[in-house]
Design a protein around this ligand. Structure first.
Ligand SMILES: NC(=O)c1ccc[n+]([C@@H]2O[C@H](COP(=O)([O-])OP(=O)(O)OC[C@H]3O[C@@H](n4cnc5c(N)ncnc54)[C@H](O)[C@@H]3O)[C@@H](O)[C@H]2O)c1
Length: 266
């Protein structure tokens, strides 16, 4: 490829194992000439797989629970020290629902767990951007991305409270996108990705069947994680400098389909 991220520096959240979307994004960013810092929750890092990615990408791993302001400040400070300056891009690739994990029905949710879900999956994105803002940690014309899902707009019953998490996440992208754009030409977007076979994805009830349904429904088929990584690279590059405050569907056309005869035929 053309090294379209040459000279750029970024922080990538959420690479758990080699199925993670963030894992593929990290690999592609480095292939395109970027330098990166990898981060994940300390509990996820104990699984140890991220070390293999770190070696491959020649990147330090700095643990941070994305719900902890103290951890986020430490991460940003250490990343700036490592790079000798500000960063150009950040990927938020974090999602977790306590109620889904514990098999709670949408009509019987535990509200303490719901708050934890919102904190991990959505408020962490605001906390991250606020930390970057206060520490003046992103270069002008930088790019911030978070991954989301179409359940923010349409009903997918088994996605449960993650639907509201993603709606909140997308709203934070727009609102903070205004402030970061006005002050420093920094863009903030969300990418709404097809169902993807990852740890987080497969945590949703009936995921395998739904994956097949979405595959049939989408004229181009489900977008794989590798293609999502390509899209993230494009959004981090200087080729997309005026795209901001958008929710960008990366889903093989699923979001604009009403009915596909291929699904009816089944
Ligand atoms: N897999 C799908 O079908 C799909 C579809 C659309 C969007 N997404 C989104 O993509 C993103 C990445 O998910 P994935 O599918 O690659 O799954 P994944 O399980 O590989 O990644 C989720 C990551 O979130 C991290 N995380 C959880 N709690 C955290 C915390 N407190 N602090 C820091 N990190 C924490 C996990 O350690 C993990 O690395 C999520 O936002 C997810 O909702 C996934």
């Amino acid at each position: 490829m053309a090294n379209i991220l040459a000279g750029k520096k970024g922080i990538i959240f959420g690479a758990l194992d080699n199925q993670s979307i963030a894992w593929k994004v990290a690999e592609r960013c480095v292939e395109e000439g970027a330098q990166i810092v990898l981060t994940n929750a300390p509990v996820a890092m104990r699984m140890g797989e991220i070390k293999n990615l770190a070696e491959k990408c020649n990147a330090p791993v700095i643990g941070a629970d994305a719900t902890s302001l103290e951890d986020l400040e430490n991460l940003v400070r250490q990343s700036m020290e490592h790079f000798g300056g500000k960063v150009d891009f950040v990927l938020h690739s974090i999602g977790m629902s306590v109620n889904v994990r514990k098999g709670k029905a949408y009509t019987d949710l535990n509200y303490e767990w719901m708050q934890k879900t919102f904190d991990v999956s959505a408020i962490s994105f605001h906390k991250l951007m606020q930390t970057l803002w206060k520490m003046d940690a992103v270069n002008d014309w930088g790019s911030i991305l978070a991954l989301t899902y179409i359940a923010a707009q349409r009903v997918f019953p088994d996605y449960s409270e993650m639907a509201e998490s993603k709606a909140l996440l997308e709203s934070f992208a727009r609102s903070f996108g205004y402030h970061l754009g006005t002050a420093k030409h920094i863009r903030v977007n969300t990418i709404s990705q097809s169902p993807t076979m990852t740890t987080a994805g497969q945590g949703v009830k009936g995921f395998t069947e739904f994956f097949g349904y979405a595959e049939k429904m989408s004229p181009l088929g489900n977008a794989p994680a590798e293609a999502c990584a390509d899209y993230c690279v494009a959004m981090f590059s200087d080729l997309t400098r005026y795209v901001t405050m958008q929710n960008l569907f990366h889903d093989g056309g699923f979001s604009n389909m009403g009915m596909n005869p291929a699904v009816l035929a089944q």
